[in-house]
Design a protein around this ligand. Structure first.
Ligand code: SF4
Ligand code: SF4
Length: 420
């Protein structure tokens, strides 16, 4: 009798590894944290559906893959297409991407390249939009194009205070709207853009409502669930997402007297974006008796922070207003000067009564690494304790990172005791 062993294809192996990463994090989210919201079940199921069962969300729509937060989703929705942000958090994809980018590159960028190389998407993008934000993102667009994808480069300025930068970006967004409407053979219409601005604005409003509750003594939602919920906005149908967040909000309001994390150390999280399933550092914080009460990252707060402010509801005024929202709201360290980021972190610490900050930079991300100096100096002046950590997507160094986070949380508890 022959012993027939099933040989796994590279794609099957990749899917198995990604499913394992996904399950491990979802299990922790469901079981390791004391604050529980039944309504979060929607988001846990959604991740299983997309990453494990590989069930498509948009089988019939035109999908515009975006490589960074800075691509205006309002314009995409107004053209009857759907944006899918393809910033990737899987270690499995990071390893594949290492063959195409230097191994010292940012894991987010490598993982994104890895996913494109394997083509193993649940919802494959029809066009990819690559804004020239950080250098690694800019270069990854060309690598992705070499795999056979249609990539549209969207120019982004490296300063944001000047009138020239504002006009440069407005022109870039106008051109984007025109070019994509030509590619899709759809006319950008005033009514549709107005509707899209309102739809995205409502999602932002819900996020703000939820974020307000995190200012309370008993935050009713933990930071890891917040990251999962906001990460889902990358790819979920916006109407389903808003309905699910309405339910989370409704339930969260009933949990304000839970007392579960009342004595936990309140932390603001900043730096390279946590993207599911890479919630390594946020998990360590909340498993070490910290609670993330706010964040300054492009995978969460920054997506929802600034709303489009329209003076005149005419088509071209709306396009310019959309452009302004994306430039003004961006606090990514790609800019030459980035005092807005420092201001926002301090505001978040004050408004959410945080006791300290955890700043994560992905190994290989020069801009977040370089900007830590000015952020650390500013926080020192304000008397706000801050922990700087460098990490990547690999499961190694977990012990070392945990020790550092635990020591930081302990030092914040001591500080609190001394104040009493
Ligand atoms: S870190 Fe900056 S460049 Fe990277 S995805 Fe976020 S906003 Fe874009
Ligand atoms: S973490 Fe750094 S290198 Fe990675 S996408 Fe963001 S800015 Fe670019």
């Amino acid at each position: 009798m022959t012993n027939k062993r099933k040989i796994e294809t590279p794609l099957q192996r990749q899917n198995r590894h990604k499913a394992m990463e996904c399950v491990a994090v979802l299990d922790k989210l469901k079981n390791d944290f004391d604050i529980k919201l039944d309504a979060m079940g929607y988001f846990y199921d959604l991740c299983e559906k997309v990453y494990i069962k590989k069930e498509s969300i948009y089988s019939k729509s035109i999908k515009i893959g975006t490589l960074c937060l800075q691509v205006p989703s309002e314009i995409i929705y107004a053209l009857d297409a759907v944006p899918i942000r393809l910033c990737n958090g899987f270690h499995t994809d990071d390893e594949i991407g290492s063959d195409f980018a230097t191994s010292k590159a940012c894991p987010l960028v490598k993982a994104t390249i890895g996913e494109f190389n394997s083509g193993n998407f649940t919802d494959k993008p029809d066009i990819v939009v690559s804004p020239t934000t950080c250098d690694q993102k800019s270069k990854s667009g060309a690598i992705i194009e070499s795999f056979g994808y249609e990539v549209y480069d969207m120019e982004f300025p490296r300063t944001k205070e000047s009138e020239e930068a504002r006009e440069y970006w407005r022109r870039s967004v106008r051109r984007f709207a025109k070019d994509i409407s030509l590619v899709l053979n759809k006319k950008l219409k005033r009514g549709k853009l107005k509707e899209a601005i309102k739809k995205v604005g409502y999602a932002q409003y819900l996020y703000h409502q939820l974020n307000e509750l995190r200012k309370e003594d008993n935050p009713p939602i933990n930071g890891n669930d917040m990251f999962l919920l906001t990460n889902a906005f990358f790819f979920d149908n916006i109407d389903n997402w808003t309905k699910a967040v309405e339910k989370v909000l409704e339930e969260a309001k009933t949990k304000l007297d839970n007392n579960i994390k009342k004595n936990s150390v309140r932390v603001v999280y900043t730096g390279s974006p946590p993207i599911f399933p890479n919630l390594k550092i946020p998990m360590i914080i909340e498993q070490s008796d910290g609670i993330i009460v706010a964040d300054e990252t492009c995978s969460s707060n920054r997506m929802f922070n600034d709303m489009v402010s329209v003076d005149e509801w005419f088509l071209y005024d709306m396009v310019d207003s959309v452009a302004d929202r994306y430039l003004k709201g961006c606090t990514c360290p790609i800019f030459t000067k980035n005092s807005d980021r420092i201001r926002r972190i301090i505001d978040l610490v004050k408004s959410h009564r945080a006791e300290g900050i955890v700043y994560q930079a992905f190994a290989g991300c020069q801009v977040y690494e370089m900007e830590q100096r000015s952020v650390l100096e500013a926080m020192e002046k304000e008397g706000i304790p801050i922990l700087y950590l460098e990490s990547d997507y690999s499961p190694s160094h977990l012990g070392q990172l945990t020790t550092r986070v635990e020591a930081f949380i302990e030092s914040l508890k001591n500080r609190r005791r001394k104040k009493v």
